[in-house]
Design a binder for this molecule. Sequence first.
Ligand SMILES: [Zn+2]
Length: 318
Amino acid sequence: MPRFSIPPHTRVATLACVAALGLSACGGSSPDSGASAEGRTTVVAAFYPLAYAAIQVGGDNVDVIDLTPPGAEPHDLELSPAQVAQIAEADLVLYVPGFQPALDDAIDQVAADHALDVTEQIPLLPAEEHSDEQEDDHGDDGHDALAGDPHVWLNPLNMSIIGAEIRDRLATLDPSLQGAVTAGSSDLDVAMTALNDEWLTGTATCRSRDLVVSHEAFAYLAAQYDFAQVGIAGISPETEPSPARLAEIADFVRANGVTTIYYETLVDPKVANTIAAETGATTAVLDPIEGLAEGSTQDYVSLMLANLAAIQSGQGCA
Ligand SMILES: [Zn+2]
């Protein structure tokens, strides 16, 4: 049974048009009137970083709809019937397979011919789950079947690759957009290269290379900037760590002189606080940029720069 057909705890889905960056990204279409109002190209993005990339590449030429509203945690996205209709009628749907099972189901059903797996050109890191993790109540939610770690956007150079994939697909859909999307993708590439350079320089000399984080969202960031990720929970933030896992992390923190436990904006920080209290470490926000906080005026670049500042302080980077 597709997950979206009988929503038992239907969340009131906010159809979050992406209005960040001051672009008028909301088309005039009502939720169920479908894509391509006035002939414009409509892109449905699974969650914020993909919406950000689509806006950078498409600019004013496309309408971008973010399926994950600000304040929501995208791993456990549920879709309203109106959102399923938007997915069906969009010109292009951007997603990361295995990251949001409800969306995977919807794409299988109504969008297989116009969906773009943005990780197609990105070498995936393995999705490692801790063997001692307790099963959460979504034990069959598909995380076991992940082809790889979905959190590719936390390496800016991967965002550049995603931008190029979006460019190619939009130019194929509407050849008149070729010039605009080529320029947009190129600007995104320049910005992501500069961001990567700033991270490389800013993390070149850190006292600690061990990154203790609340959920394992940071493998691509860690690989790119020479950190070792130690996740309290696994790939999905909903997985409750077992008492054994908590004790193991606390031992690791003490043994390796870790001074900062990172937690994130969209997930309850109680586990990070528990370990910090037990070990004398402090806590700091490291944002996996899976979605924007409610009312946020930040964007991908400003959040990545805030993350860099948090790492420099927490890891002792001179
Ligand atoms: Zn995640």
